[in-house]
Every structure is written in C-alpha cells, then in structure tokens.
Design a protein around this ligand. Sequence first.
Ligand code: PEP
Ligand code: MG
Length: 294
Amino acid sequence: SRASARAILRRPAASWRGERIKLLINIQRVEDLDYPDAQYADGVGLMRTEFLLSERGLPDEETQFQVYDQVLRWADRRPVTIRTFDAGGDKPVPGFTSDGEANPFLGVRGLRLCLAKPEIFAVQLRALARAAVRGNLKVMLPMVTSADELEAARKLFAEIVQGLQAKGTAAMLPELGIMVEVPAAALSIASFKSAFFSIGSNDLAQYVLACDRSNGALAPMMDPLHPAVIELITRTAEHGRRAGIPVSLCGDMASDPRCIPALLDCGLRELSVNVSALAQIKQTIDRLGGGGGT
Ligand code: PEP
Ligand code: MG
C-alpha cells in the first residue's frame, strides 16, 4: 500500500542480494524538491534544464547559477547530476532549436545543438563551473553519439573554467559524464573517457526500436524490456563494472515497478526515478531483496 511504501522511505537504503541500491530522483525545477519524499533520495540523478530555456528565453549566467546552487544546497553532500540543455526532438525550444528539420529526433538536438551554438552553451557551462565549487556536482551531456563530442565539450568546459579562474572567480571543472541514449554510444561505450554513465532508456528504446517516443500509436511496441534494449543496458552496466565507472539509469523504466527486476538483473545498482515513484520503487526493491517490506 501507499502507507507501507512511505514507511519504507524512512528506512536505510534499499538493498538487493546484499548490495546497496542507490535511488536518486529526477527533477526539472527547484520546486520539485518540495515534494516530501524527495528528502529520502540518495541525491539528484537527473536535473533536466531545458525548462530554463523554454520559459523566458535564455536565462543569464547568474540566474542559472542561482538555480543550480539552490539544488546543491538542498542536496547538502549528496550528489547532484545536472544535465546540460537537451533541446530538440520531443523538446523543441523556439529560437534555439531549428524548426526546418524533417526528422527532429535525428536532427541537431541535445549536445549537438549546444556544440553548434557555443555562445549559448558557454553561459550554462560558466554557471555550472561556478556551482561546482558549492557541492557534489556532476555534469551530464545528453544525446552523445561519439567520443569526439564528449572531448569537444570537455575542451570548451576546461577553457571556461580557466577563464573564470583567471578573473579570480571561484570555479572548477566538475565530473563530466554522458547519457547513454544513442545506440552508437551504447555499442562503443569503451571509447568514452566518461566519469560516469547514465542510461536514458526513453531515447535508447526509441532509437533501438525505431519507434517515435511521442507517437501513441506505437506505444504497444515501445517496450523498454525488448531484448535488444536490455542487451544494450546489460553491456553498459558490464562495461561500467569492469572499468570501475559508475552507471545509473534515469529513463522512465526506472520508475516502473515492472521493470525493476530486469534492471537489477542487468547489473544496475543505481537508478534515478521520478520523485512521485520513489516510495514505490524502494518498496519494490525491498521486496525483491527479501527485506520484508511490510
Ligand atoms: C531518456 O531519454 O531516457 C531521458 C532520461 O531523458 P529525456 O526523457 O529527458 O529525453
Ligand atoms: Mg533522452
């Protein structure tokens, strides 16, 4: 029941087969942290930042810094993973994304767009570099396809940090990781010098299954438990374990109790869920792990 799920929230972290399972939350706005269950999370596993763009154009560096700093303050020492702008595809942003594309899901979106518009990306990177000295910040790049893109972003980020430090501004390069949501990235995972990986199963399933994630007519086919999707999740988790690189999953399947046994079987030990699903997912893991859950 909902009441017993809430009681489990207050207990120490979920475990499965003796291994601690970390449960973090996905947020979009600082206000999402007001949801009472949020305080029981192991951190923020995904902060989507596109909403900052869609509301009043591009917010300036100081506005962005304040938002990121508030999340870090809330988290105290817990990790906070902030994803750089992931505009395009299902998340068009007027004035930022290009509207003439025949196939926006296969277009200039996510990190591709940020690298194509470095003057906009630089504002976000400056705000993130300043926030990095204030807490346990990790920065995550969306829609990465090849290692060159990660290295281009890292180079830009490092130049920005140097520029800030040269002016005497407190700033540092945070841990830099990537979303694994393009099949090519999952299939060439060892080529990325990434501090961590987070599997974006919404887009990964969309691209592996050739099903537009926003097309309701394809919803029955859009199965994140399809063996081809599970294979890529397993490979990514195995690579992480071998290479000593943390791997989590932040797509919607982590918030679906029916997917939890498969995700644990794939080798994942860290999931980032919608805050409204935190109690239920913790209870689901607790039951699978024989932890009682009554
Ligand atoms: C994903 O693709 O699974 C993901 C977590 O990101 P978004 O849903 O924002 O594309
Ligand atoms: Mg995605």
